[in-house]
Design a protein around this ligand. Sequence first.
Ligand SMILES: NC(=O)c1ccc[n+]([C@@H]2O[C@H](COP(=O)([O-])OP(=O)(O)OC[C@H]3O[C@@H](n4cnc5c(N)ncnc54)[C@H](O)[C@@H]3O)[C@@H](O)[C@H]2O)c1
Length: 417
Amino acid sequence: MTMEQESALASAQRQFDIAADILQLEPGLRRILRVPQRELTVTFPVKMDDGRIETFVGYRVHHNITRGPAKGGIRYHPNVTIDDVRAFSMLMTWKCATVNIPYGGAKGAVVVDPRQLSMGELERLTRRYTSEISILISPDRDIPAPDIGTNPQVMAWIMDTYSMHSGHTVPAVVTGKPIEIGGSYGRREATARGLSYVLREAAEALSFPIAGARIVIQGFGNVGATCARLLEEMGATIIAVSDSKGGIYRRNGLPLAAVVAHKQRTGTVTDFPEADRVTNAELLELPCDILVPAAVQMQITARNADRIRARIVGEAANAPTTPEADAILYDRGIFVIPDILAGAGGVTVSYFEWVQGLQEFFWTEREVNAQLERVMVGAFNQVLRTAHERRVHMRTAAYLLAVNRVADATRIRGIYP
Ligand SMILES: NC(=O)c1ccc[n+]([C@@H]2O[C@H](COP(=O)([O-])OP(=O)(O)OC[C@H]3O[C@@H](n4cnc5c(N)ncnc54)[C@H](O)[C@@H]3O)[C@@H](O)[C@H]2O)c1
């Protein structure tokens, strides 16, 4: 197996090992933090609309809960594996620790293509999966959230199922809920907004203003499209965007509102009449100031890293860059804002949603965004300082901060019994 084909977990562990070596982490702590603490696999039946009974496999993994309740999304995807869930649960531990919010890391999944299910089937699957993992979830133990293939409606069913079992309404058991039942203002845009704050800070650190910066975005979904709009509001020029079908490029800037309307009408950005078509591979190699991978993992690899022509790469997606590519980008002086920092706006506002639910006291959107900016800018500056002090790239710096926080918490609490 080549490095490029290694599993998501092996890649996450390799990244952890780099930080553990620099921190000279004691062998016992290394053994604890390298693997998930707790895993649940469930096989459960769902009545389909035609009367058949199908069985589905689901997972919920807690990587670490030393710093607080487990936090992480639930993915519905036909190809998801337990190994992916382990890797993403580990990334969640580091993401929460990087922005210093009091959570551990978790991830859940069901092996299913949700687009093949009716609404009724999706609801029954979600409610039964919730029931199966209810031995793990609760507002003070494990708080799920949306991920690929799930959305606020799925979170509403999880909240309702858990509440039915409890006999009273428990909004704080999930985040990413609809506003009407205790969701937070600003949650839907939070990942993109958090990213826009750190991109603005990064541009400033590299001595160019975000206003006028030329931006390329891979993935035009919730995060990518919102990020495009927010960066345009900051005065940046979006020159290329893409979705799973391909990308579009216009040297002088895309008319964003028209691209959004085209995507709504046709389901894709491709074939937008006033731009050139590019493939997703070509898009990544366009000359620009800021490249934002906001689609899927493993996009920047040893194969294309030497052709990336951005000054900053802001990782909205989880794990879009392989460790080999990281080293190449660093050597070429490209400033990478790693996923565990750049993509942490979502979990940060999830944390605010949980706090609001527990207190039953809700904030305005302005308050949410101001607190998000404080957390993201503070974390960015800490990671940047660490990178300078330790002479490492931003990903390793973020890992050093995050792993150290979890290691410290473990040492202070001690090993039970
Ligand atoms: N939504 C959040 O709060 C959040 C938080 C942290 C990280 N992320 C990560 O950000 C990424 C995007 O999340 P989202 O919520 O915008 O998802 P989404 O499903 O709304 O959008 C994904 C976009 O990527 C495109 N895409 C899919 N496969 C592609 C491929 N192979 N090449 C190019 N484009 C492709 C899709 O067409 C779509 O435009 C994911 O990796 C997700 O894990 C999301």
